[in-house]
Design a protein around this ligand. Structure first.
Ligand code: ATP
Ligand code: MG
Length: 748
């Protein structure tokens, strides 16, 4: 091995790499090397234990993470790494489902419906049953179905068990079970699986076909799972079944970073793991290698507020680092400007590249103001996630043709393309064809082929032409590689011409996007790593791209903008967490209980722990949300950070502030007390009846109590702009300067 990896690791990390047999669980804080341990463990199995790469299964949270891990292992052990089974749950098990599809009554070329397809199918079903579409919103229905599937509740169980009906009736949606049933039926008829089916059906496959399960149990001698805290029960059961014979399973995760409970992830899996494997080897990693002491300290002070957690201590040997900059802006646009100029300034001063910065936000819609400011300052940026390339209309249209040429039962693809470009086949005609197919127990394609009997007239002849065209595409797809097939389809479907004829700027953009798609397909075909160069194989690859995988730029030097959810597992030198406002973060929509608040807090912990060197947080006093200007309050999470780690920006920038003025906007906390070592904060047990007082009348000489610093006396009040600061000498904690809008003080 070109690198002696065992020497680089600390003792518990080394133990985790060396102990390859039997069940192992590593639950450890952010940045403690969990992912690195998994990587080295696989390298070790390949190189030192001569394990066949085909017998190692490693599950990651994004495809990008899998790619990076594979790349790293290749550096360590060579091209053997290419043969590892590595990817997201969805991509690995869709591959297995394809080769076993016949056991479930599916063809191996089944289509994967994305959430748009699923929602539009639900919309059709709601209409078909004449239900109220305001009540049965596609989003709501899909979530309900999805959560049932992720708990392995089939439609049969759902409709038979009165609990679900009672629950749905109470929510005013008693027909949910009926929709679930029809949805499953239609997907099956369309030879399609949605995302949740990929896991649900894998469970069914392993439950009903012991021989198949046996085969994979023998194949996968080692099973590994990263980000274990975010697996749902359906995923958990798959790994449990696969590892049942050899029991060589290693899971790594951090309960403090569990952020997908709203999608069915279950921390309970961590607790169950101990029960399922009594011989379990538990390894703790406590040293953080990623972040400065300040960042680790701030993260610890936040997560300590959660009641529901496995206590662990995280520390670091890294430098103290700079304090967290807190940026206060009057508006969301000004927030964008201040962030852009902070990046500009830091690049100049510390010689950072764009790629050393990430801006993280709670919701995608926050990116607009930031993008505008970055563009103005000529700072290259890239939004990861959001409306991905493959979700654009023109791309979906072309792919719709491609999908339908591969699978003629794909109802959602058919609906998309049958009249795009316009060829005189209206929605009513399509509906008639679908109903006719259902009534005659025939598939959709047969109905299309018999359009003359079903529709008659002009519509029928248009459908006949369409059928002839698709037949020729079908042949092309079967005979040619993905690139040749896609080029043929783009040209002969009439789509490319329609876009070419549109000379508006948007039209040009769309045309270029289609060219870009074709480039991407060419790249796929030319890549020596793609074994199967068919269109079906390309479709499979792109159907499973996650938000965080949307990253195919050649030039890598850009600032990354993404939601905190997408940032999991990643690290950046400098991180901005923007929009630190009540109702936005924590999100108003998400917090209806203490548990939800704790999930938001874990999300905040994930955000903070992405940073290596420096962390910035910002909030605006007003923000446009849902089309209205709203005044905002700083997030409660800001108050929860130990003030020792914060530096305040106490001055507003002038609205015309040019880039580069960032430093002037910072006054900083000049009377910063002597820093305490991380993890040894003064602990004061507040009086039982502790209630913060209104501090607007606080004056010099007043005696106060602070929940953490204890008792003290105000020595000076300082007013700066809209902010009031108090200098307080605490009996135990010493001199502190507190911002009164934040500090929780009780006047005695
Ligand atoms: P997260 O919880 O965010 O997923 P993690 O526990 O998976 O974090 P890694 O990403 O594996 O942590 O490691 C964090 C950083 O620390 C990486 O840059 C990694 O290379 C580095 N690192 C881990 N262990 C060591 C070590 N023993 N010596 C030096 N650097 C290390
Ligand atoms: Mg990790």
């Amino acid at each position: 091995m070109e690198e002696n990896y065992l020497e680089i690791l600390n003792p518990p990390q080394r133990e985790a790499v060396l102990k390859t047999e039997g069940p192992t669980m590593i639950i450890a804080g952010a940045g403690s090397g969990k992912t690195r341990v998994l990587t080295y463990r696989i390298a070790h199995l390949l190189k030192e234990k001569n394990v066949d790469p085909f017998s190692i299964l490693s599950l990651t949270f994004t495809n990008k993470a899998a790619k990076e891990m594979r790349h790293r292992i290749e550096e360590l052990v060579g091209t053997d790494a290419r043969n590892l089974w590595m990817g997201t749950f969805h991509s690995v098990f869709s591959r297995i489902l394809r080769s076993e599809a016949d056991k479930l009554g599916y063809p191996s070329h089944f289509t994967i419906y994305d959430s748009d397809d699923s929602k539009s199918l639900i919309k059709n079903i709601v209409k078909y049953y004449g239900l109220d579409d305001k009540l049965y919103k596609p989003n709501v229905v899909l979530n309900r179905i999805s959560s049932a599937k992720n708990r392995l509740v089939s439609w049969q169980e759902y409709t038979n068990n009165p609990i679900y009906l009672a629950d749905d009736t109470e929510n005013g949606k008693p027909e949910m079970g009926k929709i679930y049933k029809e949805y499953v039926k239609r997907c099956f008829k369309a030879d399609a699986m949605d995302f949740d089916d990929l896991l649900f059906n894998t469970n069914v496959l392993f439950r009903d076909h012991v021989d198949v399960l046996n085969k994979y149990q023998q194949r996968f001698k080692y099973v590994m799972v990263d980000e274990f805290q975010d697996t749902n029960i359906s995923q958990y059961l798959i790994t449990k079944k696969l590892a049942a014979v050899r029991r060589n399973i290693c899971v790594v995760g951090d309960d403090a970073q569990s952020i997908y409970a709203f999608r069915g992830a279950d921390i309970q899996n961590i607790l169950n793991f101990e029960k399922d494997y009594p011989e379990l080897n538990i390894i703790k990693l406590e040293q953080n290698y990623r972040s400065s002491k300040t960042i680790v300290g701030a993260a610890n002070s936040i997560i300590g507020k959660n009641k529901n957690q496995l206590r662990k201590s995280v520390w670091t040997d890294n430098d103290e680092g700079s304090l967290i900059d807190l940026i206060k802006a009057t508006t969301d646009n000004e927030e964008g400007k201040l962030v852009a100029s902070a990046i500009f300034e830091s690049k100049n001063q510390d010689h950072y590249h764009n790629s050393d910065f990430a801006i993280l936000y709670r919701t995608n819609s926050q990116s607009r103001a930031l993008e505008e400011a970055l563009r103005r300052n000529n700072i290259k940026y890239k939004i990861v996630g959001g409306l991905s390339f493959y979700q654009r209309k023109e791309i979906k249209d072309i792919l719709g043709y491609v999908r339908f040429s591969v699978n003629q039962n794909d109802e959602q693809a058919l609906r998309r393309i049958i009249n795009t470009p316009k060829r005189g086949i209206g929605a009513a005609s399509v509906e008639k064809l679908i109903v006719a197919a259902a009534e005659n127990n025939a598939d959709l394609w047969t109905a299309l082929e018999n359009a003359t009997q079903i529709l008659g007239g002009r519509a029928a002849s248009a459908v006949n032409d369409f059928v002839t065209m698709i037949k020729s595409f079908k042949l092309t797809v079967a005979k040619k590689d993905a690139f040749e097939a896609a080029s043929h389809i783009a040209k002969n479907s009439g789509l490319l011409k329609e876009l070419y004829d549109d000379k508006t700027i948007e039209g040009r953009n769309r045309y270029e996007n289609v060219q870009e798609l074709l480039n991407g397909i060419k790249e796929f075909v030319d890549n020596p790593e793609s074994e199967d160069k068919s269109m079906a194989s390309f479709l499979q690859e792109i159907a499973l791209l996650t938000d965080a995988d949307n990253d195919k730029d050649e030039d890598k030097d850009y600032v990354t903008l993404m939601t905190i959810h997408s940032s999991k597992g990643l690290e950046f030198k400098n991180v901005f967490v923007v929009g630190m406002e009540e109702d936005l973060f924590p999100s108003q929509m998400m917090i209806s209980s203490r548990q939800d608040l704790e999930e938001e807090r874990r999300l905040f912990y994930v955000a903070i722990t992405r940073a290596e060197k420096k962390l910035y947080m910002s909030y605006a006093l007003t923000r446009y949300r849902f089309g209205r200007l709203k005044t905002c309050e700083p997030s409660r999470f800001l108050e929860e950070i130990d003030k020792d780690f914060l530096k305040m920006n106490l001055k507003f920038s002038a609205p015309s502030s040019p880039a580069g003025d960032y430093a002037k906007n910072f006054i900083g906390n000049t009377t910063q007390p002597v820093r305490k070592p991380v993890n040894q904060a003064v602990v004061h047990k507040p009086s039982a009846d502790f209630k913060p007082s209104n501090t607007s009348k606080l004056a010099e000489g007043d005696k106060v109590e602070h929940p953490k610093f204890g008792f003290g006396k105000v020595t000076k009040i300082e007013i700066q702009g809209a902010n009031k600061k108090a200098h307080i000498t605490f009996e135990k904690a010493g001199e502190k300067t507190l911002l009164l809008s934040f500090a929780k003080l009780r006047i005695l």
